[in-house]
Design a protein around this ligand. Sequence first.
Ligand SMILES: NC(=O)C1=CN([C@@H]2O[C@H](COP(=O)(O)OP(=O)(O)OC[C@H]3O[C@@H](n4cnc5c(N)ncnc54)[C@H](OP(=O)(O)O)[C@@H]3O)[C@@H](O)[C@H]2O)C=CC1
Ligand SMILES: CC(=O)N[C@@H](CCC(=O)OP(=O)(O)O)C(=O)O
Length: 342
Amino acid sequence: MIKVGIVGGTGYTGVELMRLLARHDGVQLQAITSRKEAGMPVAEMYPSLRGHVDIAFSTPADASLDQCDVVFFATPNGIAMGEAEALLAAGVKVIDLAADFRIKDVAEWEKWYGMSHASPALVGEAVYGLPEINREQIRQARLVANPGCYPTAVQLGFLPLIEAGAVDVTSLIADSKSGVSGAGRKAEVHTLMCEAGDNFKAYGVGGHRHLPEIKQGLARAAGGPVGLTFVPHLTPMIRGIHATLYARLTRDIDVQALYQQRYAGERFVDVMPAGSTPETRSVRGANTCRMAVYRPQGGDTVVVLSVIDNLVKGAAGQAVQNMNLMFGLPEGQGLDVVPLLP
Ligand SMILES: NC(=O)C1=CN([C@@H]2O[C@H](COP(=O)(O)OP(=O)(O)OC[C@H]3O[C@@H](n4cnc5c(N)ncnc54)[C@H](OP(=O)(O)O)[C@@H]3O)[C@@H](O)[C@H]2O)C=CC1
Ligand SMILES: CC(=O)N[C@@H](CCC(=O)OP(=O)(O)O)C(=O)O
């Protein structure tokens, strides 16, 4: 049994990790941290876990994380970078759901995240945890930078076109919408029901911190810099990301065949039949990125629709997928979830 620790168990990605790991045969939940709720049984805070998780929260200091085989950081940005080095030295693998190790250019990371990096030496070692592009490196990794939610939906949506060299990479557009759980559980005015319910708005139009992460991944696929306009929106739903992506073709190709071939062996990417429109509710609770690709009126604009559950393929599910790869387990273990509908 793999001994698992979770730092930040009271938050939305933390409780989602517990929901998935509770049904995973290969792991034992060893420690779940909370600074404020130490001593409280996890299932008292989250009755959905009654009968599934029978331990109490402990403080990060009391959690004996160095006794775990793997520690997930489901914490705000800037926490894992201060803890990872000691855990790795103790032989513990680390998966950070935050952004501390996602961007290889440390100065760029510091600019977007507004803090100094506490562990720049580890940034080079960290493997970006998008299995559909980095599977073999993840298998060997001690430290995985789990991708952001928008970057997962956007990169998976654009990759086939860019890898095939079939589009103008200087003029990509990602029009993306997120459910409110993407903002986490912390109290903030903009996520109050009277602010976010029955409302729809763009934010971060002038620059969102996921922009450099997405551009880094797409540039790697393109073999050079890309130009991307990325506009996120907050929608009045709890879970889900819907990314509508636009690119200009540079040659005539069958985009449906391209997408089907690229993701043919990928269990967690579903290319729908031509003419389909993926819905966010079709992936609710599941580790699936579902997509459809169009060439409206047979023209040279490609439109890709890409949906994920931000808490699953956009965070905790992808983190479990990465853990499975790092420990040589079947990649989908614990992730065989049928989406909840309606
Ligand atoms: N929500 C989403 O859809 C996604 C989130 N992410 C990223 O995952 C991370 C977690 O997100 P989310 O679960 O939504 O966030 P939440 O705000 O819901 O939870 C954050 C958790 O971190 C703990 N925490 C806060 N500060 C510290 C600290 N200094 N030391 C230890 N623990 C701390 C809190 O617990 P307590 O106060 O009890 O100690 C809480 O459990 C973030 O970096 C987020 O950007 C990534 C992809 C998607
Ligand atoms: C709706 C909402 O507020 N979403 C968050 C992004 C989600 C997130 O969790 O950020 P990381 O993936 O970088 O960790 C935001 O835009 O800041």
